[in-house]
Design a protein around this ligand. Structure first.
Ligand code: GLA
Ligand code: ZN
Length: 670
């Protein structure tokens, strides 16, 4: 199912449930929203106590009135199920809905996103609420989308979750002998005699030395969260809901494997809060651009930007204002990477509570002669001007692998660097090097197909998930170019180390065996040197040593006892090429090496020109039109005139230079 709306969605989280005693505010908000081109709001995300003031007593009239009024004014609704925060009465009456932490202590009532996802009572209460909401509102023409809960996260160690975990383990491995084998429990004599002995990991009071257990616990938490989401969706569907469903994700969530949760919803929705103006914008832009690509890569379909902040966020150590133009640039970055929306947290600033000082379209001041409001209005106008691009696809022939389970395995592994393995940074380096060449890229996990791609980078693929090694082999064999890095193919999906040499099962494809890995202290470095030019780059953190079989050396280490041994290699396998990057080299190494690899693989660049530093190029395609986005993230003007053969500028100005934080869109036939 590809979810398409008739326009770019523009708006954000709106909490009229905090304003029911101020009828004049609602009217004023609608006026201000229309003036800012807002066409969509997300309603009811944290409104459970107002929707069900007492157990089993629903009050939906106020919500219907608001949806009606918004609809009459051309504003659609993304309607939430309110399970992200529970009412007081619910926790008081049914304490099992409260989470238990890893030290086995139960929470008190408070804050949000902290429910037991196993609790039958919590599931039943949410199910009944969702069914009632679906019956009342799914048929409303103003409701266009269901927003399931909010930012599912966290874990619970209560007795109900322990039992569910045991059941999950049993279903996966059938016998306790198989569990012992897969988890290698003979280590420290931790063999299980029966399933009842299995407990979630507890670094403070119990087990955390069995990596098979810690990894499977994280898988279980993700599974249980996804199962809860599926239950919520099912409740809506059982009550007759036909509108699409989604749930909002956030990039740093380590509790949920989003590639798994993605399959439970119709469209990807995510919350983006880059720390603009903390360090160079160009680096922040890399970080946030990659996050957009991760989100789009899950379904390889346009996604929705659910939350972003019009002004400063208030949960960061320092709440810096967005410089003029930054909001527009950041919003259009999402569009450039495949978003069909720009939605904010929040439309109006609340009067009290934790988020009263969080940026919003409408300030406490409440009027339109306000800088942030005016910038929001500009973004609304931009999206109307760009409306032809709604639902255009991002076509990528390059992919970078980023895998949630691999990230867990690297984090849990105990060595070779417990300070920081820099996995995400390694993925970012590959992503950035490709992006600098102006090519579109998908970021995908190890379960996704490699068929659409000419070039695939697989940084630090420590754990080979089932089928992944076979897909890589097939990809290279049929002519693809693979770039794998250090610390790859070390362990299987149970975090059991491969026997007989690494990368496990792919030594012939890579043409080498990785032997030892040297971990460097912070501040230490080595160098990597080209064999056919003067190029020298520094490297840090991790240096993999390799034994060559059929691969050829392109770069060697410059220092230490392994000076002169391979640091970058290439191997021909079948119709394709397999590169191996041995060390955590500086960005410039990746930039230069990847530029050459893309050229040799014949990957089409979006613009033929050299792209200056800090300028990002990406594109979306619809029918025979390609929309090329060029954005300057430098805080200074850049002498660059983007040109595409046969293209015409449809947004922004392509003059002598690009202004700081500015965007140009060129349309051309493809
Ligand atoms: C998250 C939540 C929102 C809000 C914002 C504030 O993303 O989903 O409810 O708290 O953060 O930035
Ligand atoms: Zn629980």
């Amino acid at each position: 199912m590809s979810v398409k709306f008739d326009r770019f969605l523009y708006g954000g989280d709106y909490n009229p449930d905090q304003w029911l005693e101020y009828p004049e505010i609602l009217s004023e908000d609608i006026r201000l929203m229309k003036k800012a081109h807002i066409n969509t709001v997300s309603l009811g995300i944290f409104a459970w106590a107002k929707l069900e003031p007492e157990d089993g007593v629903y009050d939906f009239d106020w919500m219907e009135e608001i949806i009606d009024r918004l609809y009459e004014n051309g504003i659609s609704v993304n309607l939430a199920t309110p399970s992200g925060a529970r009412p007081h009465w619910l926790a008081d009456k049914y304490p099992e809905v409260l989470r238990v932490n890893e030290a086995r202590q139960r929470d008190l009532f408070g804050v949000r996103h902290n429910h037991c996802y196993t609790s039958p009572v919590y599931r039943e209460k949410v199910r009944s609420m969702n069914q009632a909401l679906a019956k009342r509102f799914d048929g409303h023409p103003g409701v266009i989308l269901w927003h399931i809960s909010n930012e599912y996260t966290g874990e619970c160690h209560c007795p109900l979750c322990q039992q569910a975990f045991r059941d999950w383990v049993k279903e996966r491995y059938h016998t306790i002998d198989e569990v012992n084998r897969r988890w290698n429990t003979s280590f420290w004599s931790h063999d299980y005699q029966n399933f009842d002995q299995i407990e979630s990991p507890s670094p403070s009071r119990g087990e955390f030395s069995i990596h098979g257990l810690t990894l499977d616990w994280r898988r279980f938490v993700s599974h249980q969260t996804t199962d809860f989401c599926r239950m919520e969706v099912e409740a809506l569907r059982e009550a007759g809901a036909v509108k699409p469903v989604t749930t909002n994700m956030f990039y740093t969530n380590s509790f949920v494997n989003y590639y798994e949760l993605a399959d439970a919803v119709d469209v990807i929705l995510w919350d983006s809060y880059p720390l603009w103006h903390k360090g160079p914008e160009t680096l922040t832009a890399v970080n946030s651009g990659m996050q957009h690509d991760v989100m789009r890569g899950m379904k390889r379909e346009p996604f929705l930007l659910m939350e972003s902040c019009p002004g400063p966020t208030n949960w960061v150590p320092v709440s810096k204002l967005k410089r003029p133009g930054m909001l527009e640039t950041a919003s259009l970055q999402a569009i450039a990477h495949g978003s069909d929306s720009v939605l904010y947290f929040q439309i109006r600033k609340g009067r009290g509570g934790f988020e009263k000082l969080h940026g919003a379209v409408i300030d406490h001041y409440g009027k339109e002669d306000d800088r942030v409001y005016q910038e929001c209005r500009q973004v609304g106008a931009d999206l109307e001007a760009l409306s032809a691009m709604n639902h255009a696809k991002v076509e990528a022939s390059v992919a970078v692998i980023y895998d949630w389970e691999n990230r867990w395995a690297i984090e849990e592994s105990a060595g070779p660097r417990n300070e920081n393995m820099y996995y995400r940074e390694a993925v970012e380096k590959s992503w950035y090097a490709f992006r600098k060449q102006g090519v579109n890229m998908d970021v995908i996990d190890m379960t996704r197909t490699l068929d659409p791609y000419q070039v695939v980078a697989a940084p630090m693929v420590y754990m080979f998930r089932p089928g992944f090694a076979g897909r890589l082999r097939e990809f290279v064999n049929r002519g693809g170019t693979l770039i794998m890095t250090y610390w790859s193919g070390v362990a299987d999906e149970n975090d059991l180390c491969f026997l007989g040499g690494t990368p496990g099962g792919l030594m012939d494809v890579m043409g080498l065996r990785s032997t030892e890995i040297d971990a460097l202290y912070e501040g230490e470095s080595n160098t990597v040197k080209s064999l056919d030019s003067d190029a020298v780059y520094s490297c840090e953190h991790l240096c993999q040593l390799v034994d060559l079989r059929t691969a050829k050396t392109l770069y060697v280490y410059g220092e230490d006892f392994y000076a002169g041994t391979p640091a970058l290699t290439v191997n021909r396998y079948g119709e394709g090429l397999a590169y191996y990057v041995c060390a955590d080299a500086e960005q410039a190494f990746y930039d230069d090496v990847y530029a050459k690899i893309l050229r040799e693989a014949g990957v089409r660049r979006i613009l033929e020109q050299e792209i200056p530093d800090g300028v990002a190029v990406s594109s979306r395609q619809s029918g025979d039109a390609e929309y090329i986005f060029v954005q300057n993230y430098n805080s200074t003007p850049v002498a660059f005139v983007p040109r595409a053969e046969g293209g015409r500028v449809v947004f922004g100005e392509a003059g002598e230079e690009m202004r700081p934080f500015s965007t140009v869109v060129i349309e051309k036939n493809c």
